[in-house]
Design a protein around this ligand. Structure first.
Ligand code: ADP
Ligand code: ZN
Ligand code: ZN
Length: 731
């Protein structure tokens, strides 16, 4: 029976960022009262000898039977920072990942808000000439400062506008500011729309896709924009976003790490006419918090961001776009192991807005959802404009003499493409000079001392580096085992390929691009811009598979395919097929027809055969059949317990206990393990895992819900570092 005089709330129930599956009660600081509207506030509370920042998730009457709650130290906000749909969706995420709510909420907040700092100002910035600048402008010599001063002569311009008007205007602005000729001023964030630039007229497939999206705009719908590289998917998104903006709503665009280029942002800015916010790991904490707050306040309208942008508040949401939805970078591999695509779909549903998933190589999960009618399947099968699809050939290198892994046929084809004035991309599925340092006398190889993995050879053979724990050491001059001098790099990485190509084609530039040469986010842009459209060779890894437009690229030569053909991970074929199609899509993007050459020892491998004969969709269909037979996702649902410890026995004991706890709840689960992890030792820790698989999602989650309290409480859990990963991607 409802209480006639309900007891007023007297305590805050707070979610703290701790790896404990529970919430904590606090009274407000002395002199303050609890209000029902306090849910979503940040509070500072004492915890043991520490102070923590938590989020109020419930207000409740004091429990007369419990010891009196401790007082909180401070209420940090007047208004909730997390509320409405976002807070609800984060509750869902905590249940789905079986992670502590406090850790999930902390993950969703920008770092400075997590630390308890106040919400930042959300101004945009403009530049204007000072009085001295107005009068002194004409005396400036020609150059960047002068060009900027001329632009500002007519009046202040905001930084978005300057991005469009003048290359590298910041250098000019710095010079003017130093001489007090110009100054930076804050302006309201929403006030400075520009005229959008028109895009190309849509072709029929694009128009059909846009029509379908607009027809679905009034509620939740998932639409798979499945279009070959260069088919104009981005144009389709832009039309959908423009419509969303015209209705006064906000749009969230998620892109993979390497897809967020200045070019993408400039294209969006120019076409949409409103400020387009970028959100990625390269920003300062302050910038991230500003964007977050501008969205929460409804001031910002469009964001293009990487994985964590999925946590932006969207009080006026109209559309969510996930570009390259198949990309692995959307899954977070540590901490809260969420998948941004899947969480975006949950949010889209809660917000009642359409979610576009775009890719030339959709994930098998999304294709399955489209087949089952859960997603609307929009296909773009033609390249836009006059661009032709590339022709693809396999180059059989069995018994051929290889130089740095390149066959004579490959080198000849590269020569022909260069002779015709084209650019060549040599794509290698690995980085480093060579994977392993090997002694030809006794077979010794350089292994990392802290991981079960070989070290890779860098810096022209002088340095060894572990890609898993970062350990570095100089390469030995003689074999540590036999003392012999026959130490040789085995296999060929990008550095070695670069050397061989530079020697073979001395009259053209050869540029290597990988994480080793381009540490910084914009370094890749600068390097590629400098390379331009000249005749020459680019050598690179995954980083070059997408992103930057290379209009003069006529040949893509792929080596190192074979390493991906035979792998224990059931997702390896899917990843390899996606990578091959994506990198092939780089060839012939403009007027010149492209060619792709795949070098392999296994020309008859079913993956390559199906991919070449039928394209990605034929491959995907065959692969889905295999997955169904084998009982793998998307036909089953998985979760993984992982454990790390100094001693393997502790891992084994923990995972056995977890397995027994899961057996005790009698759920229809398959349990595999405990087994050693794919890399059984990393950075000095022993690693094991336990895989759970269930035919339906519900039984998997029910079993976890039932077993986790005992697992958390066990003595074994305190002797290891352990984690649970729902929908693991790296098995
Ligand atoms: P995707 O995202 O599918 O790779 P984009 O939208 O980036 O494709 O388009 C590829 C190229 O084709 C871009 O240079 C774009 O400006 C151009 N393009 C897109 N749609 C059209 C169209 N309807 N007519 C002419 N060019 C187009
Ligand atoms: Zn040796
Ligand atoms: Zn290591």
């Amino acid at each position: 029976m409802p209480d006639a005089f309900p007891t007023p709330p007297a305590v805050w129930r707070v979610a703290l960022p701790l790896p404990l599956p529970r919430l904590f009660d606090y009274r407000p600081p002395v002199g303050e009262a609890v209000e029902t509207g306090d849910v979503g506030l940040r509070v500072r509370v004492p915890f043991g000898s520490r102070e923590l920042i938590g989020i109020v998730v419930e207000t409740r009457p004091a429990d007369p039977d419990a010891p009196e709650a401790k007082p909180a130290l401070a209420r940090l906000d007047l208004e909730p920072v997390l509320e409405g749909e976002l807070l609800e969706s984060l509750h869902w995420l905590a249940r789905y990942t079986h992670a502590p709510l406090g850790e999930v909420l902390a993950t969703a907040l920008p770092a400075s808000l997590r630390r308890g700092e106040p919400l930042p100002d959300t101004h945009a910035w403009a530049w204007r000439l000072t009085e001295a600048g107005q009068t002194g402008r004409e005396r400036l010599r020609a150059g960047k400062p002068r060009r900027l001063a001329d632009l500002l002569h007519a009046g202040p311009l905001d930084e978005d506008r300057l991005d469009l008007e003048l290359d590298d205007w910041r250098a000019g602005a710095r010079a003017l500011a130093k001489r007090e000729l110009a100054e930076r001023v804050a302006i309201p964030a929403v006030a400075h729309a520009i005229d959008p630039r028109p895009g190309p007229a849509l072709h029929a497939e694009q128009q059909a896709a846009v029509d379908a999206i607009l027809a679905a705009r009034d509620g939740f719908a998932a639409l798979l924009v499945d279009g070959v590289t260069g088919s104009g998917k981005t144009e389709v998104y832009l039309h959908a976003i423009a419509d969303c903006l015209a209705r006064g709503r906000q749009a969230l665009v998620l892109v993979p790490e390497i897809g967020l280029t200045p070019q993408t942002l400039a294209r969006f800015r120019a076409r949409l006419g409103v400020p387009v916010h970028a959100l990625h790991s390269g920003l300062s904490d302050g910038e991230r918090a500003r964007t977050w707050t501008a969205f929460a306040r409804g001031e910002a309208r469009v964001v293009v961001g990487t994985r964590s942008a999925v946590f932006l508040p969207l009080p006026e949401a109209g559309l969510i776009v996930i570009d390259e939805e198949h990309d692995g970078s959307f899954k977070q591999l540590d901490g809260i192991r969420y998948h941004a695509r899947d969480f975006a779909l949950v949010r889209g549903k809660a917000l009642g807005v359409p979610v576009l998933l775009g890719s030339a190589t959709p994930s098998l999960e999304s294709l399955r959802n489209a087949q089952a009618g859960r997603y609307e399947h929009l296909r773009l099968q033609q390249r836009a404009g006059n661009a032709q699809p590339p022709s693809v050939r396999v180059c059989d290198v069995r018994k051929r003499p290889l130089e740095a892994g390149l066959s004579p046929e490959m080198l000849d084809t590269i020569g022909h493409a260069l002779d015709a004035g084209g650019q060549v991309l040599v794509f290698k599925n690995r980085r480093g000079y060579a994977p392993v340092l090997l002694c030809h006398d006794c077979g010794w190889s350089a292994q990392c001392q802290r991981c079960d993995a070989p070290m890779t050879v860098h810096a022209g053979g002088r340095r060894l580096q572990c890609h898993h724990c970062g350990a570095r050491r100089p390469a030995p001059n003689a074999c540590p085992d036999c003392g012999g001098l026959a130490l040789q790099p085995q296999g060929a990485g990008t550095e070695r390929i670069e050397e061989v190509l530079a020697a073979r084609f001395p009259d053209v530039p050869v540029m290597r691009i990988d994480r080793g040469t381009t540490q910084r986010r914009d370094a890749l842009e600068h390097a590629l811009a400098k390379f331009g459209t000249q005749r020459g060779i680019l050598v690179g890894t995954q980083m070059l598979a997408k992103g930057h437009d290379l209009p003069n690229l006529t040949l893509v030569a792929v080596v190192g395919v074979d390493e991906g053909l035979f792998s224990a991970d059931f997702r390896a074929p899917e990843k390899l097929a996606q990578l091959l199609i994506q990198v092939a899509g780089r060839a012939g993007r403009a007027q010149r027809k492209g060619e792709v050459l795949l070098q392999t020892h296994h020309p008859g491998h079913p993956l390559l055969a199906t991919l070449l004969a039928g394209g990605y969709h034929a491959f995907a269909e065959a692969e889905l059949e295999q997955r169904e037979i084998a009982g793998f996702p998307p036909f089953a649902h998985m979760a993984m317990f992982r454990a790390e410890a100094q001693h393997v026995d502790a891992c084994d004991a923990f995972l056995r206990m977890a397995r027994d706890a899961l057996r005790d709840v009698h759920a229809p689960l398959d349990l595999h393990g405990p087994l050693p992890a794919p890399m059984p030792r990393r950075a000095g820790y022993q690693r094991m895992q336990l895989l759970l698989s269930a035919a339906d999602r519900r039984s998997l989650h029910a079993a976890l819900d039932a077993a986790l309290p005992a697992i958390h409480a066990s003595a074994e859990a305190r002797k290891v570092r352990w984690s649970l990963d729902v929908d693991p991607v790296d098995l």
